[in-house]
Design a protein around this ligand. Structure first.
Ligand SMILES: *Cc1c(COP(=O)(O)O)cnc(C)c1O
Length: 431
């Protein structure tokens, strides 16, 4: 039976019969689990039996979240981690580990650009940045023997420019390279990258998925389709003790042991187990509760964002509005094809005047909160150039439209008329 997205958001991944018939997923506040018998303990440690032994590797509350998000994204499995940056880092390192290169645009989340530009190189992983990820000729020209992944955000923040995932996935696959995408802004409700050819999907669940600004988290989802044995990825085909059985004389690589789950198993068994960015069962619970209303929240927020963006076009002192669902950019046809229900709750706009006008708007809003987050039930406002994109080199920042007179909004669940009235008074009062 294939079930509807809204149904899966409430039910997927949770077996009530195995949990004292509790209505909501219980919070398993337990660091470790009874292994029952010597025989079962041996099988659990060998990975031949399914179950729980230690919460750095797996926990039942976290497991329910992983299964639910995998179902909503259409992946074979997921690994939940302690933050979106852990998800981005684990996915990229797992693909490019051992001297690989990544191709990426520059209009990414600030900490992602900073990691790829100035931190991953210290681990021997380099990024070839392109100005426009939808310029396939430019992307193809950067593909070399060491390229291990193409990476992009499905909807960029704060521009809301969208990535043509179908075209990029085709190009990547022609060269035996996986496409990894960050799907945080639209959430799987508005866009499911795996249905468009993406191989690995990452999220900051801190944002729309949890949806109430109350828990930092992340997740990596595996489509289970990419062939990691094609010769470019020795980390999946080299035998490793952790997946072998030395006593029985059985040698395995991640690919030979786990087949189409090789990538996601490696993220768990190497990255989560080693770097230990484990989500707490309590945060996983908050994300599960948030997911139950994901469709209703995101549908309303995307509609309100579109309405507010359209309104801002006519407000004095507003010089430009960025919200690709308005259909005012060259991406109009692509947005209509892939994002018929909107691009998300983000929009941004520029104003005339100088820094002091921007500061007066930030200080003049009453309903909007001055908070560097997105996807909250509350509406949020921020000045990206000084706050969220501060660590991005100026050239990349300006190319992404993050100028000093740019203001970003994340639209919450309030009445859109109240939000419009608040923006109108704050902007009028700033001049
Ligand atoms: C917030 C965000 C991240 C990082 O997530 P954290 O949960 O803050 O670590 C990564 N990508 C995008 C698009 C984000 O918005």
């Amino acid at each position: 039976m294939t079930i509807d997205f809204c149904t899966a958001a409430v039910h997927a991944g949770y077996d009530r019969a195995a949990n004292a018939r509790a209505a909501t997923v219980p919070i398993y506040a337990s660091a470790a689990f009874d292994m029952e018998s010597a025989e079962h303990g041996d099988a659990l440690s060998a990975g031949t039996a399914e179950g729980f032994s230690y919460s750095r590797v797996a926990n039942p509350t976290v497991d329910a979240l992983e299964r639910r998000i995998a179902a909503l994204e259409g992946g074979v499995a997921a690994v939940a981690v302690a933050s979106g940056m852990a998800a981005v880092s684990f996915a990229l390192l797992c693909a490019a580990e051992g001297g690989g290169r990544i191709i990426s645009p520059t209009n990414l989340y600030g900490a992602s650009v900073d990691a790829m530009e100035s931190f991953f190189p210290a681990f021997g992983i380099h990024t070839d940045f392109v100005a426009d990820i939808n310029d396939l000729a430019q992307v193809e020209a950067r593909i070399g023997p060491d390229t291990r992944a193409i990476y992009a955000e499905t909807v960029a923040n704060p521009s809301t420019d969208v990535t043509d995932v179908d075209a990029l996935a085709d190009l990547a696959h022609r060269h035996g390279i996986p496409l990894i995408v960050d799907n945080t802004v639209p959430t799987p409700y508005l866009f499911r990258p795996i249905e468009h050819g993406a191989d690995i999907v990452v999220h900051s669940t801190t944002k729309g998925i949890t949806g109430h600004g109350n828990a930092v988290g992340g997740v990596v989802v595996d489509a289970g389709r990419f062939d990691w044995t094609n010769g470019r990825f020795p980390q999946f085909t080299t035998p490793e003790l952790v997946v072998s059985d030395e006593r029985a004389g059985i040698e395995h690589s991640f690919a030979s042991r786990y087949g189409n789950e090789a990538f996601i198993r490696r993220v768990r068994i190497k990255y989560l187990r080693t770097f230990g960015a484990v989500p707490s069962p309590f945060n996983a619970y908050l994300s599960l509760v948030g997911l139950e209303t994901l469709p209703q929240r995101v549908a309303r927020q995307a509609a309100s964002a579109q309405r507010i963006a359209a309104h801002l076009l006519d407000v004095p002192h507003v010089t430009r509005v960025n919200h690709s669902a308005l259909g005012l950019t060259g991406q109009r046809d692509l947005v209509r094809r892939d994002f018929p229900q909107g691009v998300g709750q983000i929009l941004s706009f520029t104003v005339d005047g100088d820094d002091s006008n921007v500061r007066r708007i930030l200080d003049g809003v009453r309903l909007f909160s001055y908070i560097p987050n997105i996807g909250d039930a509350r509406s949020l406002i921020v000045d990206p150039a000084r706050i969220t994109h501060r660590e991005v080199p100026a050239a990349y920042r300006l190319a992404a439209g993050v100028t000093d007179n740019l203001i970003r909004l994340s639209i919450g669940l309030e009445d859109p008329d109240d939000l419009i009235a608040d923006l109108d008074q704050a902007i009028a009062g700033a001049y």
